[in-house]
Design a protein around this ligand. Structure first.
Ligand code: E4P
Length: 219
């Protein structure tokens, strides 16, 4: 199970990478625009902080344009994964790029059939958007379950990346279902780590320790 950060904020990427548990980074045009930075510069900055797959999304919507952008991005750094939206044009691009050994992450997946089509085209990763499915009263975790089961049934090598994660439960449930990767915004990393009983326990230990001066001989 790998954990990716879903952000283009370099300070956050540095902060959470220092915890030693960030295996990769996903970005999208919205996240890059939020930072107001040049795409190539930011992706290269990220590659210096995290040694793992870094998703960079194409802007073109036609296969030729996607392939052109994807080939350029793949030359930026060996860890760049070309993120391609799930459309028929996207599938054509994935087929060509994967045949050239370029890693792809097919994004905006909202059905098991879309995931299967992407896997058949040779996608390295598929990104089902759990939170956005839940947002419209669907069942994001059921979508994950369907994709994981189908990929296992047929031995697809494509990895399942749970995206659009909104809370720690999405992460834990995804892991129980056997997803390969969860990508999440920085605040979810904090929520995965903290627990009020841990904080309470530490405070109680320190308070008790303070009361016992004999216990505190230097060692
Ligand atoms: C995944 O790669 C996407 O960037 C991301 O998870 C989308 O999440 P959102 O639905 O919170 O925008």
């Amino acid at each position: 199970m790998q954990f990716f950060l879903d952000t283009a904020n370099i300070d956050d990427i540095r902060k959470y990478a220092s915890w030693g548990i960030v295996d990769g980074v996903t970005t999208n045009p919205t996240l890059i625009a939020r930072e107001g930075v040049d795409l190539k510069t930011r992706i290269l900055e990220i590659t210096k902080v995290v040694d793992g797959p870094i998703s960079s999304e194409v802007i073109a919507t036609d296969s030729e344009g996607m392939i052109k952008e994807g080939r350029k991005m793949a030359k930026w750094h060996k860890n760049v994964y070309v993120k391609i939206p799930m459309t028929s044009e996207g599938l054509k691009a994935v087929k060509i790029l994967s045949s050239e050994g370029i890693h792809t992450n097919v994004t905006l997946i909202f059905s098991a059939s879309q995931a299967v089509m992407a896997a058949k085209a040779g996608a390295t990763l598929v990104s089902p958007f759990v939170g956005r499915v839940d947002d419209i009263s669907g069942d994001g975790m059921y979508l994950i379950q369907e994709i994981v089961t189908i990929f296992q049934n047929y031995g697809f090598m494509t990895k399942v990346l749970a995206a659009s994660v909104r809370h720690p439960k999405h992460v834990v449930e995804s892991m129980k279902l056997g997803v390969d990767i969860a990508t999440m915004p920085p605040n979810i990393f904090d929520k995965l780590v903290s627990h009020p009983l841990t904080d309470k326990g530490i405070a109680a230990f320190l308070a008790d320790w303070e009361k016992c001066k004999d216990c505190q001989k230097p060692y």
